[in-house]
Design a protein around this ligand. Structure first.
Ligand SMILES: N[C@@H](CCC(=O)N[C@@H](CS)C(=O)NCC(=O)O)C(=O)O
Length: 315
C-alpha cells in the first residue's frame, strides 16, 4: 500500500524541524525569543606591556570567507603591513566544523587545538580572526573590532602607509556611533536574519537591516564615506558585509528585500572601496560561496553551491 503523500510531508516536516532546531541551537544559540546572540570574544589584550610592537612577531589567523577576519585583511593591506604581520589562511572544515590549519603547528592540526595549546582550560569558540604572539605562544586578541584598531595604530613604525589613520581623533565619536549601528543591524544584522529561529526574530532583524541600508544609501548620496570625506574603520566594518551581500546573504540569510546592486549610492561606495590598492586581493568570492553554502548545513542541507552573481560593477 502506498504511503499517503500528506503523511510523508507531515512526518518529514516534524522530524526535520526538530533536527533543525537542535542544529541551529548549536550553530547559533538563541535567546528565549529565538533571536541570535553572538557570544563575546574572550581574548582582549592590546599591544602593550609584554606585547611589544615588533615586526614579524605577530601572526593573524584568518579564513577568506569570514567577514570579521576580512576586516583585518583589509586594514593590513591598506596600512601596508604585509611584511610586518604574517597571515595564516585557514580552511573551513565542513564535516568537523571549525577551522583547519594549513600545516601542523605545535602538534595542532586545527585552530581549536591551537587555542587549547595556548590556554588548556579554554572552552569557548575558536574563532578567526585571531592575533597570535609567536614569542610567547599566546593569543593576543580574537576580537576583530579591536584587532583592526591595533593594526591601525600600533605598527606604524613598520607600515608602508603609517600616514593613513583610519580612526582620527576628530572622528572618533562619529566612528563609534556608526560602529554600533552597523554592528547591530548590518554586520551581525545579516546573521540575525539568517540565524533567526522564529518569524518575529527574523522580521525584526530584516526590518532593522534594511532601515540602516536605506539610511546609508541616502547619506552616501551627499558624502563619500560614513563619517565624511575620509575612509575610516567604520567603512571597513561595513564593507566586509556589503561585499558578501549579493553573493551570500541576499539568498542564504533571507536578506532579500533588496540587493546592494539596487542601492546606487551604496553600490558606488562598495566599488570605490573594492578598488583601493590591495583590497580586491582580500576578496575571495569562490571560497566565500563554498564556505557559507557548503558549511552552514542547517541553512543549506542539500549542499548545492550556487553560481556567482554578476559582480562586473566592481570593475
Ligand atoms: N566577535 C568575533 C566573531 C568572529 C567569528 O564569529 N568568526 C567565525 C567565522 S565568520 C568563526 O571563526 N567561527 C568559528 C566558531 O564559532 O567555532 C570577531 O568579530 O572577531
Amino acid at each position: 500500500m502506498a504511503i499517503p503523500p500528506s503523511w510523508i510531508v507531515k512526518t518529514g516536516r516534524s522530524i526535520w524541524t526538530q533536527i533543525w532546531q537542535l542544529m541551529m541551537s548549536q550553530l547559533a544559540p538563541p535567546n528565549d525569543r529565538g533571536e541570535y546572540q553572538r557570544p563575546p570574544s574572550e581574548f582582549r589584550h592590546r599591544i602593550e606591556g609584554k606585547y611589544a610592537p615588533q615586526p614579524r612577531r605577530y601572526r593573524l589567523y584568518v579564513g577568506w570567507s569570514c567577514p570579521w577576519a576580512h576586516r583585518t585583511l583589509v586594514v593590513r593591506a591598506l596600512k601596508g603591513l604585509e611584511d610586518a604581520i604574517e597571515i595564516i589562511i585557514l580552511e573551513g572544515d565542513a564535516n568537523a566544523g571549525g577551522w583547519k590549519l594549513p600545516k601542523s603547528e605545535h602538534d595542532c592540526q586545527t585552530l581549536a587545538q591551537l587555542y587549547r595549546f595556548a590556554v588548556p582550560e579554554y572552552r569557548g569558540r575558536s574563532t578567526v580572526p585571531m592575533l597570535w604572539d609567536t614569542d610567547t605562544y599566546s593569543i593576543v586578541n580574537n576580537e576583530s573590532a579591536e584587532i583592526i584598531e591595533i593594526l591601525n595604530s600600533e605598527f606604524n613604525d613598520y607600515a608602508k602607509h603609517p600616514e593613513l589613520d583610519l580612526a582620527p581623533i576628530a572622528l572618533q565619536d562619529s566612528i563609534a556611533q556608526w560602529n554600533e549601528t552597523i554592528y547591530q543591524t548590518v554586520n551581525n544584522g545579516v546573521y540575525r536574519c539568517g540565524f533567526a529561529q522564529t518569524q518575529a526574530a527574523y522580521d525584526k532583524a530584516a526590518t532593522d537591516l534594511f532601515a540602516t541600508l536605506d539610511r546609508v544609501n541616502d547619506l552616501l548620496a551627499t558624502q563619500a564615506y560614513l563619517c565624511g570625506d575620509s575612509l575610516t574603520l567604520a567603512d571597513i566594518r561595513l564593507f566586509t558585509t556589503l561585499i558578501r551581500f549579493d553573493v551570500v546573504y541576499h539568498h542564504l540569510f533571507k536578506c532579500n528585500r533588496r540587493r546592494i546592486q539596487d542601492y546606487p549610492h551604496i553600490q558606488a561606495y562598495l566599488t570605490k572601496i573594492y578598488q583601493l590598492p590591495g583590497v580586491a586581493a582580500t576578496c575571495n568570492f569562490p571560497t566565500i560561496l563554498q564556505d557559507y553554502y557548503g558549511n552552514l548545513f542547517p541553512l543549506n542541507p542539500g549542499g548545492i553551491i550556487p553560481q556567482l552573481p554578476d559582480l562586473s560593477y566592481l570593475g
